[in-house]
Design a protein around this ligand. Sequence first.
Ligand code: MN
Length: 229
Amino acid sequence: MPSYAFPPAAVPALPIVGGDALFPVHRIYCVGRNFADHAIEMGHDPSKEQPFFFQKNPDTLVHSGATIAYPKGSRDVHHEVELVVALKQGGEDIPVERALDHVFGYAVGLDLTRRDLQAEAKKLGRPWEVAKAFEESAPCSAIVPVAICGHPDQGRIFLNVNGATRQDGDLNQMIWKVPEMIAILSTLFRLAPGDLIFAGTPAGVGPIGRGDVLEGGVDNVGEVRLTIG
Ligand code: MN
């Protein structure tokens, strides 16, 4: 064992449905504008876009059921419910037809976004980290192994705030499918076991407020629940 100057940070991890072991998280990748109706609501033409990616730091993960404080530095934090792909195997230049072999399982996540800071970053051509990779910005459910849920490519994806439905889409509306996302991402990054990919959100994103209870779900995968304190 190496000797460290101070104790290293704990490995971010998620529970696994049906097991005692935890899923150790390596990196969190996110896909932008992967549902046409969300791209349109954000002012873009989805037919003209290649997929693009950003990252959140693994230590921004929050387990389902948690209560978090309203994020600092923003007056317009938005919810984005997303299918999360969890990798058990990495690689570079992964062929699309082999991509699903790399998947451990799936989860439901919230890509919390400081929309006001994102709008400013877009306007000024600045990076998105302040909008996306802030503390507690990645709530995520337990991971469901492929053996239980298969590879979901259709089914309802939704988000309720205080019991009212705000986002309601279907995985079959995803522009870039899971195998394509893994293949394209692996041409840009060296993927590794423990990587998570937040696969984009359907239309209906909107602001959250103090006291709100968020419940997001994907058919056959599960639900993520978050309370804003
Ligand atoms: Mn997103």
